[in-house]
Design a protein around this ligand. Structure first.
Ligand SMILES: [Zn+2]
Length: 162
């Protein structure tokens, strides 16, 4: 049996250990690449709807409605190793696409998986606020740490109080 606290610890551990991938790309490049598909299970459908809802909620909360942001679930093979998601953006067009690890590649039970996916969405959206800053190999780790801390604090604030 896995206790709730243990799961929370695992989740925090995951968030702390797995670096999120930050990618900057020119939109429209590589348009001919074939995307690996994810299976159409009920868990995947639930996850896709949840991620879409989370994206709209947090795009609003983070005041990013001037951006056109899409999100899709992708298999682990489409992400950098040990990452849970990434974001590609075009600062001039204000367009961004978020990739979130597919439900089929998540080992967590569905509720914990959805929490984790929400964290990924919030994390990747926060990167958009920093998109106009200079990005170097030296700035990457501190930015990831800061984005993780801000995302964690925002999600804690959004938790329903009993
Ligand atoms: Zn990141």
């Amino acid at each position: 049996m896995v206790s709730k606290n243990r799961l929370a610890a695992i989740r925090l551990g995951l968030a702390a250990l797995l670096p999120f991938c930050l990618s900057i790309s020119t939109f429209g490049s590589g348009a001919t690449t074939t995307k690996p598909s994810v299976p159409n299970t009920e868990r995947e459908t639930t996850a896709r709807a949840f991620v879409e809802k989370s994206l709209r909620t947090w795009q609003n909360r983070l005041d990013l409605n001037d951006w056109k942001v899409t999100a899709e679930l992708v298999p682990a093979s489409a992400l950098e190793p040990k990452t849970l998601g990434n974001i590609h953006w075009d600062l001039n067009l204000k367009e961004a696409s978020i990739h979130v690890l597919s439900a089929s590649d998540y080992k967590l039970p569905t509720p914990e998986m959805l929490n984790d996916m929400e964290f990924t969405v919030v994390h990747e959206l926060i990167h958009l606020h920093l998109a106009s800053l200079p990005h170097t190999s030296a700035s990457r780790r501190p930015e990831e740490r800061a984005v993780n801390e801000i995302a964690r604090a925002l999600l804690r604030l959004a938790e329903p109080k009993n």
